[in-house]
Write a protein that binds this ligand. Structure first.
Ligand code: ADP
Ligand code: MG
Length: 320
């Protein structure tokens, strides 16, 4: 379990991480989603004690990272900048880590095997491709057989086979009861991997929700309808118990009905339709709208007292 409590990081004027409170639980994959610059890597560095919080606190199974004896046996992490000595072989890199963390050397062979690097274990890391480097970083994370694993944008720059491999690995680690915390700036990636979702924008918490809930709230299906007799159509739709919202380009967005039912209703009232199309809002759109609102919100209120983030989230996403 990872617990963040009011975690904040300032770099001069810039607030990179702003009062984050949430818990990452075992047995599931928790996705950490936010646009580039949202504060994901900074948060992860603070979890590992590589950056000092300006305010707030973060604990790993109730303890600060620096207090953990042999920390690699509690939490393993793949961060963005990998600290592998280019002249060192994969085997030697892992062996050094093992020795400094009280981990038996046989684990080095096990993790090399697990990530598929056994054949190149004695080769120098500077000759590694991006994908091989990523696999070596993951081997290091797995070395101490930790109960908690953290991956910062692990699929960045990988080929489809590597991406598939990482997704499968994260799910199987969670299925073993481990805590898995993985960041991405891509909603589509999270939708395929995560059971739970923590969304941040400009350092602030925007959502902390199960993936299923997020999908249910945001994959709104509706029907777009355009008619030259718009006002009469609105009356007819309301009379038929349907709710219609203006789409901004003159069309109506009708919730809670089907194209067939709307078409038949319009025909019965002899209304002309210029468009009748079922729509599905994508999760990517939902994510963009959610984070766009965090930008807008910042611009309007400046440094004033912020509204609770959950309220923002609720207010924006229960209107449908
Ligand atoms: P993400 O990983 O979500 O892309 P980061 O945590 O890397 O975001 O960065 C969050 C913000 O903090 C960015 O605006 C970034 O420019 C800033 N930042 C990160 N590290 C530093 C640093 N060492 N000094 C100054 N600003 C930083
Ligand atoms: Mg980052």
């Amino acid at each position: 379990m990872i617990e963040l409590e009011g975690l904040t990081k300032r770099y001069g004027e810039k607030v990179a991480v702003n009062n984050l409170t949430f818990t990452v639980r075992p047995g599931i994959v928790t996705g950490f989603l936010g646009p580039n610059g949202a504060g994901k890597s900074t948060t992860m560095r603070m979890i590992l004690g590589l950056d000092h919080p300006t305010a707030g606190d973060v604990r790993i199974d109730g303890t600060h990272y620096h207090r953990l004896k042999n920390p690699l046996t509690y939490i393993g992490a793949l961060l963005e900048a990998k600290g592998v000595h280019p002249g060192r072989s994969a085997y030697n890199h892992l062996l050094c880590l093992a020795q400094s963390n009280g981990i038996p050397p046989r684990r080095v062979h096990e993790v090399l095997d697990a990530v598929g690097l056994t054949a190149v274990a004695r080769k120098k890391a500077k000759g590694f491709s991006l994908g091989m480097g990523q696999r070596l970083g993951i081997a290091a994370a797995l070395l101490g057989d930790p109960r908690i694993l953290m991956f910062d944008e692990p699929v960045n720059g990988l080929d489809p086979e590597g991406i598939h491999w990482i997704r499968t690995l994260m799910k199987s680690l969670a299925a073993q009861g481990r805590t898995v915390f993985v960041s991405s700036h891509l909603m589509s990636e999270m939708a395929l991997t995560a059971d739970h979702l923590v969304v941040i924008g400009q350092g602030r918490l925007l959502a902390d929700t199960s993936m299923a809930d997020f999908i249910e709230r945001n994959s709104r299906s509706y029907v777009r309808v355009r008619s030259p007799q718009r006002e009469r159509l609105l009356d007819v739709l309301h009379g038929g118990g349907m709710t219609a919202a203006e789409s901004g380009d003159g069309a109506l967005e009708v919730d809670g009905s089907t194209a067939e039912a709307i078409g038949e209703l319009a025909a019965r009232h002899q209304l002309t339709l210029h468009e009748l199309s079922p729509q599905q809002a994508s999760l990517e759109e939902a994510f963009m709208q959610l984070t766009a609102e965090s930008v807008e919100y910042h611009a309007h209120t400046g440094a004033g007292t912020p509204a609770p983030p959950q309220q923002q989230w609720g207010a924006s996403w229960t209107k449908g």
